[in-house]
Design a binder for this molecule. Structure first.
Ligand SMILES: NC(=O)c1ccc[n+]([C@@H]2O[C@H](COP(=O)([O-])OP(=O)(O)OC[C@H]3O[C@@H](n4cnc5c(N)ncnc54)[C@H](OP(=O)(O)O)[C@@H]3O)[C@@H](O)[C@H]2O)c1
Length: 344
């Protein structure tokens, strides 16, 4: 007997990917329900070879649902996750609404699966920001061996990280430029087609953006509060997959060869690192894949115990949908899901 799973935000980029991954991984679900806003009532979405008709979140009763995979934004999550959790359904949330709550575990299964045990205080588990998820998968094995002191990261984030409106805007602007039409930025603050924008999410008082702050706070919560991290988050005209140029300073001496060997056998990591043209991964190739790819591993010639590397992953998968489903699998494998509904 399997579980009843609700995908909330099923018509969005992440929700659709969740449905794909549930089917691909043969997740033990007896029933999968697609939920979104009233606007999408009846909209058809694919789940493996089945088609689901989207239902309205506002009128759905969660009392016999085991797991809610939420990807409907922070405001919806703030309002609905506590109500869903109170009905005994475990919420795995993709928004930033709960990530920094001390009573909500923030989980990347390859890194801190054991921390999931604290979920029952609110019945909510948070998924990190997409740029943090892939970063900590690559940092964890190196931190365990060499002890990370400081990380400097620049991100190259795809437009799908800004939802379906982000994808539409890059597509529409690219088309408009080819036919000499006017380009009107709507979702992004400046033109994104054939451009890059060093600004994601809102500005904070200290000059960092919220996206950059999230990477700092989430890396500390998931991996180690002692790690110092500074980030510059940049939106680039790529449809799917985020890339990151990462500089790391360690406590212990490290060589590029040692790092490469460790990463080769680390969970979730795939090293593609030939020092020749094309011997590295690009976001186009990482799209639709599950791994966090690591390339361009080299010693930093300017500091003691420093490394540089290039980290790429599909933001809709490891950065969101896949990570959420891996968390659900941890709950099932560790027998942490309340039994009442499964038995009902
Ligand atoms: N994209 C990424 O790489 C990424 C990574 C990590 C986390 N996230 C987070 O995941 C969430 C979803 O992102 P996305 O990229 O999938 O966005 P999206 O493509 O814009 O989709 C948003 C989804 O939320 C639904 N929704 C909006 N308002 C709702 C309401 N009042 N009630 C019920 N459903 C509602 C939408 O349904 P309708 O179609 O009915 O409007 C749609 O299904 C966000 O919190 C985002 O920050 C995204």
């Amino acid at each position: 007997m399997g579980y009843k799973v609700a995908v909330v935000g099923a018509t969005g980029n992440v929700g659709r990917e969740m449905l794909n991954i549930l089917a691909e991984r043969a997740f033990p679900a007896d029933e999968v329900v697609a939920l979104a806003s009233r606007r999408s009532l009846g909209t058809e979405v694919s789940y493996g070879d089945k088609t689901l008709k989207t239902r309205d979140l506002a009128t759905y009763d969660f009392s016999d649902t085991d797991i809610a995979l939420m990807s409907a934004g922070g405001d919806v999550s703030k309002e609905w996750s506590p109500k869903i959790g109170a009905q005994g359904c475990v919420v795995i949330d993709n928004s930033s609404a709960w990530r920094y709550d001390a009573d909500v575990p923030l989980i990347v299964p390859e890194v801190n699966a054991d921390a999931v045990a604290g979920f029952s205080k609110k019945n909510i588990i948070a998924n990190p920001n997409c740029s943090t998820a892939q970063l900590v998968v690559a940092l964890k094995p190196l931190h365990d061996r060499f002890g990370i002191k400081r990380v400097v990261v620049a991100t190259y984030q795809s437009v799908s990280g800004a939802g379906k409106e982000g994808l539409d805007e890059l597509f529409a602007q690219t088309k408009a430029i080819y036919v000499n039409d006017a380009v009107e930025p709507k979702k992004f603050p400046k033109r994104i087609a054939f451009n890059v924008i060093p600004h994601i999410d809102v500005f904070m008082e200290d000059g960092y953006t919220k996206e950059e702050w999230k990477m700092v706070a989430e890396t500390k919560k998931i991996l180690d509060p002692k790690i110092k991290l500074t980030a510059t988050c940049v939106r680039v005209p790529v449809f799917i997959s985020h890339s990151e140029a990462v500089n790391i300073e360690f406590e212990k001496p490290v060589t590029a060869d040692e790092a490469r060997e460790i990463l080769r056998s680390a969970p979730g990591c795939l090293v593609i690192d030939k020092r020749e043209p094309g011997g590295y991964i690009t976001p186009y190739e990482a799209s639709g894949e599950d791994a966090t790819y690591i390339s361009r591993i080299r010693e930093d010639i300017t500091v003691e115990n420093g490394l540089d590397m290039w980290v790429v992953s599909d933001n809709l998968r490891k950065g969101a949908a896949l990570n959420a489903i891996q968390i659900a699998e941890v709950l099932i494998n560790r027998k942490l899901l309340p039994a009442k509904k499964k038995a009902a």
